[in-house]
Each structure stands twice: as C-alpha cells, then as structure tokens.
Design a protein around this ligand. Sequence first.
Ligand code: 5GP
Ligand code: ZN
Length: 115
Amino acid sequence: MSDTCIFCKIVSQEAKATIVYQDEQVTAFRDLHPVAPTHILIVPNKHIDSVGTLEPEDEQIIGHIFTVARKLAEDEGIVKGGFRMITNTGPHGGQTVFHLHVHLIGGQRMRFPMG
Ligand code: 5GP
Ligand code: ZN
C-alpha cells in the first residue's frame, strides 16, 4: 500500500469509488471519466507501479485480472458484442495513475486505429 496512491486508497475503501468486484487479489471499479457505456478499471490489491515493474511472482495475479475481466464482461452483457482491454504503461503509453490497471471498455463499437 502506498500512502499517496489513489488506487491503493480505493482498494482499502479509504477513497470512494463504485466498486463492482473485489476479492483477496483484485478490485474492480468504474472509471471516474467513462469513455463508453462500460468502463471498469481492474487493479491488483497490492501496489504495482506498472507493467514496467512487474515481477515473475506477479504472473498469477495478472492472469486472475483477465479471468475477472471475463466475469465482469458477462455481468455487463458485453461478451457477445465484444470489448477492449487496455493497459497503458509509462509516459509514452499515456499512463496517468501509477498503480497497474487494466481498462475494460465496451458497450459500443471501439474506434481504430490505436497508437
Ligand atoms: P491511465 O491513463 O493511467 O491508463 O488511466 C487512469 C484512469 O483512471 C483514467 O481513465 C481516469 O479517468 C481514472 N481515474 C483517475 N482517478 C480516478 C479516481 O479517483 N477514481 C476513479 N474511479 N477513476 C479514476
Ligand atoms: Zn497503489
């Protein structure tokens, strides 16, 4: 837990967010500024800055994030239509919150191109 990290505070429920799923490993909550009808952020409960600082021991939790994403996509009714998952990393990746997170975005057709 980092004292200054907003996502750590959301995980510990010190800061407010609309949490849609939580277990001992991950927390999922609605993005403050949604870009589509479904826009959920899935984060590890433990603080990891970004994919740039991932350790081999984090592999299981990253897999779990994808399993939770599929469950949430089902809950949101967006599996059939499809959805997009994005993880921005570092300045060139456009990361603004330095607690690793996966955006789960859907409910409308995504726009291309990326990058
Ligand atoms: P990034 O740009 O790092 O990939 O994504 C950060 C995301 O976090 C943005 O989409 C932004 O809207 C969202 N965000 C930033 N601060 C908060 C907050 O305090 N609460 C919630 N729910 N989302 C936040
Ligand atoms: Zn954090």
